[in-house]
Write a protein that binds this ligand. Structure first.
Ligand code: AMP
Ligand code: FES
Ligand code: ZN
Length: 318
């Protein structure tokens, strides 16, 4: 297998591009894809501060590395989700990376901010863990961006994440979610701009980048999400891709190309009408959804059953 660009020995083949690359040419290809995403969606500029949500997984750590190499101003933010060993490991890998690269990292704990771990929140609110986790992340990423003077929040969602999410949204015709499925969502006066600079790159490519650059990351999936629908949709997309390389990107990029036809770009939205009475975050109700969640999790009626269940279930989950 030879590199498509320089004919040296290739280390990775990318059937979707009908190409194989040696390490330096793969690096150029990958950096170029990130740059294209940033440019196409005008995600951020070199004078802006980017809050990079870093989970300790390959995608967000690699993205941090890439943005730093490209000369962007990043501030790392890690949310400790309190999911046993998985979270301990995630925090450790994130910390080690930041130290090695001499990058700024802020850490918060969900138990402290929301009053309980993801399992606690899920149990008390009766939501699936990923949904409870999502509400907290959205609120806390946004708050951290404002606290640290960042104009934008960047996450490490990759092409596989976006294509599988699109599949799920289409299967259930989730118009609200489809409208919001864009790699760059503008500041609406409430939430700061949100961007996904890895939307052109697959999981396999990000794993290869991390390996070639010696990035030590958490390999395991979150134990709370092992049965999540999203993983099932990823499997389906991978089957399609194996049968017909290029399907994943054709599906996702095809949607982005046509997105404006279905969901015309709106004028910048008005800021949400309220400021939460408790945390002052812009909100669509007098108390924001995160504060409502926190009130529920910390309410004395909910506590006994949660505490009892937590001690018996945490060891089996992790
Ligand atoms: P996931 O939904 O776990 O695939 O994560 C998608 C992206 O969200 C990651 O690439 C990170 O940018 C961000 N993220 C997920 N979990 C955390 C976390 N605990 N702390 C900070 N960022 C996170
Ligand atoms: Fe949110 Fe696992 S990362 S539930
Ligand atoms: Zn609030």
């Amino acid at each position: 297998m030879k590199c498509r660009v320089c004919r040296a020995r290739a280390v990775i083949d990318l059937p979707r591009h009908n190409a194989a690359f040696c390490p330096p040419c793969f690096d150029s290809y990958l950096m170029d894809q990130v740059w294209k995403a940033i440019d196409e969606f005008q995600m951020f500029t070199k004078t802006e501060r980017i809050l990079l949500a870093v989970s300790g997984g390959k995608d967000s750590l690699a993205l941090w590395d890439i943005l730093d190499r490209l000369g962007y101003q990043t501030i790392g933010y890690h949310l400790d989700l309190g999911i046993g060993e998985y979270s301990v490991d995630s925090l450790e890998k994130t910390r080690q990376f930041a130290q090695k690269k001499n990058l700024t990292l802020h850490i918060e704990e969900i138990t402290r901010e929301a009053g309980g771990s993801v399992a606690d929140i899920s149990e008390v609110t009766n939501r699936p863990p990923c949904s409870a986790c999502g509400v907290s992340k959205r609120h806390l990423f946004n708050r951290a961006a404002k606290t640290h003077g960042c104009q934008v929040v960047a996450t490490g969602h990759n092409l596989d994440d976006e294509a599988s999410r699109l599949l799920g949204n289409i299967l259930h015709w989730q118009d609200g979610y489809l409208e919001k499925q864009n790699p760059a969502l503008p500041d609406d006066g409430g939430l700061v701009r949100k961007v996904k600079p890895l939307n052109r790159l697959t999981e396999k490519e990000m794993a290869a980048y991390s390996f070639l650059n010696g990035i030590d990351y958490v390999v395991h999936e979150c134990p709370m999400s092992v049965n999540a629908k999203q993983l099932f949709y990823k499997k389906i997309m991978n089957l399609l891709e194996k049968e017909s390389p290029g399907t994943k990107q054709a599906f996702y990029f095809g949607f982005l190309d046509r997105r404006n036809r279905f969901y015309p770009e709106k004028e910048p939205g008005e800021a949400p009408p309220f400021n939460c009475q408790l945390c002052e975050a812009p909100s669509y109700s007098e108390i924001c959804s995160f504060c409502r969640l926190r009130i529920k999790v910390t309410s004395p009626q909910e506590k006994p059953s949660r505490t009892k269940k937590k001690s018996s279930s945490s060891s089996s989950r992790v």
